[in-house]
Design a protein around this ligand. Structure first.
Ligand code: HEC
Length: 142
C-alpha cells in the first residue's frame, strides 16, 4: 500500500518534471514572475514597486529589423517566390530608384499578382512598422 502510494507520487512528480522540461524560456519566466514572493522588500518612495511586469511587452513600434526578421525574412532572405533578396544590390537598384514612398506603398499594400501580399502577410504590423522594415531592407540592399 505504502509502496503503491509512493510509486504514484513518483509518477506524478516525473510527469510534472517532464512537463516542466517542455516549457519555453518565456513560459518559465512568466511562471517565475507569477510565483515570486509577494511584497518583495519595497523601499519607501520607490514608485516601481509593485508595478506590473511589463518589461517583456514592446514599449512602442517594433524596429524595422525586428519586423523584417519576423515577417519579411522568410521570402526576402531566400528569394522565395521571386522576392528581391535583401543584400542583393542588383535586385534592389531599380526598386530603390522608384523612391521610398513607392516602396512603402508596396510594403503596406503588397504587389498585386505576386507573392508580395499586403504587409508581407503581417496583419498585426502597423503601417509605421512596415515602413521601418522597408527602410531596413533598403538600407541593407545598396
Ligand atoms: C511570401 C513572400 C514574401 C513576404 C513574406 C514578404 N515579401 Fe516583399 N516581396 C515578395 C515578392 C515576391 C516581391 C517581388 C514583387 C514584384 O515582383 O515586384 C516582393 C517585393 C517587395 C518590395 C519591393 C516592391 C517594389 O515596389 O519594388 C518591398 C518593399 C517588399 N517586398 C517589402 C516587404 C516587407 C516590408 C515585408 C515584411 C513586412 C515583406 N516584403 C514580406 C515576397 C514577400
Amino acid at each position: 500500500m505504502i509502496n503503491r502510494v509512493a510509486i504514484s507520487v513518483l509518477t506524478i512528480l516525473l510527469a510534472a518534471g517532464a512537463f516542466a522540461a517542455d516549457l519555453t524560456d518565456a513560459q518559465r519566466a512568466a511562471i517565475e514572475q507569477r510565483i515570486k514572493p509577494v511584497g518583495e522588500s519595497c523601499m519607501e518612495g520607490d514608485n516601481t514597486c509593485g508595478a506590473p511586469a511589463v518589461a517583456a511587452a514592446p514599449a512602442g513600434p517594433r524596429s524595422g529589423e525586428d519586423v523584417y526578421n519576423s515577417a519579411c525574412m522568410a521570402c526576402h532572405s531566400t528569394g522565395a517566390a521571386g522576392a528581391p533578396k535583401v543584400g542583393d544590390a542588383t535586385a534592389w537598384a531599380d526598386r530603390i530608384a522608384k523612391g521610398t514612398d513607392v516602396l512603402y506603398v508596396s510594403g503596406v499594400e503588397g504587389v498585386a499578382g505576386t507573392g508580395m501580399m499586403a504587409k508581407g502577410g503581417c496583419m498585426n504590423c502597423s503601417d509605421e512598422e512596415v515602413h521601418a522594415a522597408v527602410d531596413y531592407m533598403v538600407a541593407n540592399s545598396q
